[in-house]
Ligand binder design. Sequence first.
Ligand SMILES: Cc1cc2nc3c(=O)[nH]c(=O)nc-3n(C[C@H](O)[C@H](O)[C@H](O)COP(=O)(O)O)c2cc1C
Length: 188
Amino acid sequence: MKIKVISSTDRPGSMARKVSDHVAELYQKEGADAEVICLRDFPLLDVVGGKYGKEIPSVEAFNAKVLEADGLVFVIPEYNGSFPGILKVFIDYLPFPEAFEKMPMAFIGEAAGAFGALRSVEQFQMIANYRNALQFPERVFIQRVHKNFSEEEGLTDEFARSLLDSQVENFIKFIDSVKDKDLSQLSN
Ligand SMILES: Cc1cc2nc3c(=O)[nH]c(=O)nc-3n(C[C@H](O)[C@H](O)[C@H](O)COP(=O)(O)O)c2cc1C
């Protein structure tokens, strides 16, 4: 089972990347083939000027690694009460409409503030909804991320840790339950 953890910002040294590395490790421990895809590596310079609908080899190569996934885990920080702009740029350069059609997705929010990127995740879920993704209902929000997460220990808050463990365990089951199934009757 291929799981891609999308570190959803291009900010150097982001907490999103640190959380994503930790989450990928948790999935690997459960036997999944998990890797982090960091939006810092999105070939932004190649899309400057608005290359929508054009063939851009660097973007296609980046997207291919995402689209081969059986499930995606988005780790999303809060920027100005929303998700980072690079995440929307990335979405706008994915193949339309098929990219996220019936793609299992799970969500983790993380922020310096007290709401743990709840707003960012819910705004992003509106897009996931529009693109017909299969959204896993157990979400995790990491508030005060600098205090509640460390690279050495992972989540330091016991309740948040139990939510993340549960998300990992059950998202794998969720993917298994829909993988290779004919879900055409679910179309809008
Ligand atoms: C452009 C920008 C806007 C931000 N806006 C918010 C915000 O609205 N709410 C919040 O709690 N934190 C905000 N932060 C702080 C982030 O939550 C903080 O950087 C945290 O570490 C998560 O982001 P990271 O994954 O980039 O590290 C902002 C950070 C940046 C760079």
